[in-house]
Design a protein around this ligand. Structure first.
Ligand SMILES: CC(C)(COP(=O)(O)OP(=O)(O)OC[C@H]1O[C@@H](n2cnc3c(N)ncnc32)[C@H](O)[C@@H]1OP(=O)(O)O)[C@@H](O)C(=O)NCCC(=O)NCCS
Length: 164
């Protein structure tokens, strides 16, 4: 069992953009390799990232970043209605509780905003993670990106009302 490094959470700053997109790409290509073919991973995380599109996507989300003393370890992007849009862990920090820490902080914020459930579109890779957090599969989905298709799952977890 590796020792647990001290991860801290903080908000996103514009200067994180490059490192965040690099983390996303590394997570897709390394952690996703067990579940998706190379052509599928290239469609999901192209070698040339569309940075203007990333800026637009991130601007619509609440973002939390996990880091250790040296570098980004993971990030989550969500909206207060309960949608978890992005959740990625840097490969070198996989299975050390980074995503669980990010998810717990996001759920606390979503609950405080009054949402009654949390939902996501989970990759094959992320499905066991979300199942562990109490999500159930509502629907298998197929995403078409050009000539490539990717499987994912609509998953949801009910939340208890704060004052219920
Ligand atoms: C899915 C992902 C975010 C999980 O990140 P992580 O930081 O490694 O997850 P955690 O260490 O917090 O995992 C918590 C628990 O979730 C479950 N879990 C996480 N990854 C798992 C896997 N690959 N297989 C089975 N269970 C898994 C386990 O129960 C784990 O607890 P354990 O390690 O004590 O057994 C990460 O694998 C990732 O970035 N994947 C590639 C990109 C991706 O698919 N992102 C989600 C898009 S929807």
């Amino acid at each position: 069992m590796p020792s647990h490094p001290a991860f801290t959470l903080r908000g996103y700053h514009a200067q994180d953009l490059q490192a965040l997109v690099e983390l996303f790409s590394a997570a897709v290509h390394q952690l996703g390799a067990a579940d998706y073919e190379q052509t599928q991973r290239q469609a999901w995380a192209p070698a040339q990232a569309d940075m203007p599109a990333w800026k637009t996507r991130l601007a619509a989300l609440e973002l939390l970043i996990a880091e250790d003393s040296r570098q980004l370890a993971g990030f989550i992007g969500f909206t207060s209605d309960g949608h978890i849009d992005l959740l990625f862990t840097a490969p070198r920090y996989a299975r050390q509780g980074v995503a669980a820490m990010l998810y717990a902080a996001a759920q606390t914020r979503i609950e405080a905003a009054g949402a009654t459930s949390v939902f996501t579109e989970a990759s094959l890779t992320a499905r066991p993670f979300f199942a562990r957090q109490g999500f159930s599969v509502e629907q298998a989905q197929t995403v078409v990106r050009g000539a490539v298709t990717l499987q994912r799952f609509a998953m949801r977890k009910p939340l208890r009302p704060l004052n219920g």
